[in-house]
Design a protein around this ligand. Structure first.
Ligand code: ATP
Length: 238
């Protein structure tokens, strides 16, 4: 399905009890496209990523990852998708390398290539010097980088990054942004949730703004600022 977008949501609604987290959401991400997913706390960003990863089912509407349904075809979607959620199962007593090894195995990587791949993803994230460290001894920002590394190991075609730079220092942040841009150049689609307009700009990403579970703006950053003026900045600096 070469023509299929990397991620396609149509008419997606998700409720938690009486809370409607997403309401009739349409969103497409093309291969090689980076979409900055913006919105206040509680706007529905994490819910959207969880639906794409098949961790949740929509109450209405359709979700597709490279044409496949995460609910009906979870194994195929897992192969294509890399998820770095805000919370993820790392094992604190193990080292960074052991965690990455374990995750690589889950993702189906085998053999000598695995160690090379671990080092490849560790380098741009500034994790090379931390590979032998126990995760329990890392800062929050460093743990966040381990999550991102996990999502990248199996070279996913759709990468979902949920606030990957929270608690990450300035130098690593710019290295991470450059790396994400490079991934997109090689065809990876990226859904990147953030509170920072400057990151969207640095990524040269298009934008989707979520507000109370609805997509209220979609397009280039320039268009968004033209249409919403200062309130665009307000929207994104919550
Ligand atoms: P943040 O920027 O804080 O991560 P978000 O944009 O990712 O926020 P979501 O986590 O998707 O937002 O939450 C959307 C809405 O759904 C919020 O009102 C939240 O309180 C609610 N919600 C999320 N998860 C659950 C849950 N498991 N049970 C009940 N309500 C939930």
């Amino acid at each position: 399905s070469g023509a299929a977008g990397a991620l396609a949501l149509s008419g997606v609604t998700k409720r938690y009890g009486r809370t409607t987290a997403l309401q009739d959401v349409d969103l497409d991400i093309a291969q090689g496209e980076i979409v900055g997913l913006l919105g206040h706390n509680g706007a529905g960003k994490t819910t959207l990523m969880s639906l794409a990863a098949g961790l949740l089912r929509p109450d209405a509407g359709d979700v597709r990852v490279l044409g496949a349904s995460p609910v009906r075809d979870p194994r195929r979607v897992r192969r294509e998708l890399g998820l770095a959620p805000q919370e993820l199962g790392v094992y604190p007593p193990l080292t960074v390398r052991q965690n990455l090894r374990f995750f690589a195995e889950l993702a189906g990587l085998r053999g000598a290539g695995t160690e090379r791949r671990i080092e490849e993803v560790a380098e741009p994230l500034g994790l090379t010097g931390l590979l032998a460290r126990r995760v329990a001894q890392l800062s929050g920002g460093e743990q966040r980088r381990v999550h991102t590394a996990m999502a990248l190991l199996h070279r996913p075609r759709l990468l979902l990054l949920d606030e990957p730079t929270a608690g990450v220092d300035v130098e690593t942040r710019s290295r991470l942004l450059a790396f994400v841009r490079e991934l997109a150049r090689t065809g990876t689609a990226v859904c990147y949730s953030t509170h920072y307009l400057a990151e969207v700009e640095a990524l040269d990403a298009s934008v989707a703004v979520l507000d109370h579970g609805r997509v209220i703006a979609r397009g280039s950053l320039a268009e968004l600022v033209r249409r919403h003026g200062d309130s665009a900045v307000e929207l994104t600096f919550s």
